[in-house]
Design a protein around this ligand. Structure first.
Ligand code: HEM
Length: 387
């Protein structure tokens, strides 16, 4: 059993961003009205120029990436689908009974969705005549899972509020519920994303980080989507639960970087255990726990594992074992203080969830997360006949 807790979340940054978007709107209307002041004094004219300065500052902030996130908010479905979060949570609770790994698989779907074209539900689309599915991209194929549970969630949500909640938002809510149900933090998920009409398989092949990549590459893939080093270390903490196949780390056990030797950063006892689980030329689909100490709990043990050289993936251990890296101090902080990790994790999940969402009239609210609404291309269409 994992402890279930809830922590207060520092929303100052979020609030500031929302304020910026609101202040920009107010300043524009102030400017509009001030231009109608016909007999203004010099002082009044000077006063009227202040909003222009503020507007310019706001504009710069908005253009530098704030706007999309300001469009999401925590109350988006309060009127249209007030029970959406508890519906999602209940379906996941039911799934966890027979599949203790499912929470980990669901948060990973949100991550793999957001890094490719933004958080737009694109990862959920199946192949069709217009869609080349991201599910077949190298980081996803035979690896991402939980699509059937997303379908179950979608059916339950559609039943309660037809055509209202996007698949992209379902992934964001499912990620929060999964963390919370595993004993991690709870937070107010920002909502209002819409679903894409396209997928990007080649984007999934290039944008998603890989388990044998070094810290420089990991940082650059995060920075490509506007996430910084703290986001990288905090979000990697999701490897506190879930599993990885032998194929994701076996090179570390037998032939690290073509040396014919094991990765020298691997704890030797842990190396032996992993070699037993994943013998050379054995079944590469065998699963190992990403966190050998508390496999299904969301806690800070991922970071203490790194300190004892028990990171499962090379990409995990890079955060602590790269000489002189700025990530080492962050790992040490999170390892010594769970609240600190949880707060950072929540902020980074919000940052990740804000990557380039479709909002307003962009995209659509898919009725079936696996296909776009007007898919008239194939056997998914009830009107389609092969005769
Ligand atoms: C930093 C770069 C990252 C790399 C290189 C990476 C790579 C991987 C790999 C290779 C696996 C195992 C796949 C398999 O063997 O089938 C995995 C699993 C997982 N990843 Fe990551 N990941 C990264 C970041 C993240 C982030 C940001 C999250 C979420 C916020 C995340 C959540 C997970 C979870 C929960 C699992 C286990 C899934 C399951 O059991 O089904 N990862 N990751």
């Amino acid at each position: 059993m994992c402890g279930v807790r809830s922590i207060p979340i520092n929303k100052s940054c979020q609030t500031l961003r929302l304020f910026i978007s609101k202040c920009y709107g107010r300043v524009l209307s102030h400017m509009f009205y001030s231009s109608f002041l016909s007999r203004s004094t010099y002082k009044e004219k000077r006063m009227a120029s202040i909003p222009l300065v503020v507007a310019t500052i706001c504009f710069v902030l908005v253009v530098r990436g704030v706007p999309s996130e300001a469009q999401l908010n925590a109350t988006f479905y309060d009127d249209s689908c007030p029970n959406v979060s508890s519906i999602v949570r209940t379906v996941i609770e039911e799934a966890l009974v027979s599949d203790p790994r499912i929470g980990a698989s669901l948060i990973r779907l949100h991550f793999h969705d957001c890094f490719v074209n933004g958080c737009d539900g694109s990862i959920l689309l199946d192949n069709s005549s217009t869609i080349e599915t991201e599910k077949d991209a190298f980081p996803n194929v035979n690896s991402t899972r939980g699509f059937d549970v997303v379908d179950n969630i979608k059916v339950a949500v559609e039943d309660a509020c037809t055509g209202t909640v996007s698949c992209a938002d379902i992934l964001a809510i499912a990620a929060e519920a999964s963390v919370s149900l595993a004993g991690g933090p709870s937070w107010a998920v920002l909502l209002g994303r819409r679903d894409s009409l396209i997928a990007n398989k080649s984007g999934a092949n290039t944008a998603l980080p890989g388990p044998t990549q070094n810290l420089t590459v990991l940082k650059s893939k995060f920075s490509d989507v506007g996430l910084d080093t703290t986001d990288l270390v905090a979000l990697s903490g999701a490897h506190t639960f879930g599993r990885a196949k032998c194929s994701s780390f076996s090179a570390r056990l037998y032939n690290f970087s073509g040396t014919g030797e094991a990765d020298p950063t691997l704890n030797t006892t842990y190396l032996e255990t992993l070699r037993e689980l994943c013998p050379q030329d054995g079944d590469e689909t065998v699963l190992a726990n990403l966190d050998p100490t508390t496999p299904d709990c969301f806690d800070k043990n991922y970071y203490s594992n790194l300190q004892t050289n028990q990171g499962l993936l090379q990409s995990d251990q890079e955060l602590f074992s790269t000489d002189g890296a700025d990530t080492i101090d962050i790992v040490n902080t999170f390892s010594s203080n769970e609240s600190n990790f949880f707060e950072a994790f929540v902020q980074s999940m919000i940052n990740m969830g804000n990557i380039n969402p479709l909002t307003g009239t962009e995209g659509e609210i898919r009725l079936d997360c696996r296909k776009v609404n007007d898919d008239s291309s194939g056997s998914n269409n009830p009107l389609y006949s092969s005769i």
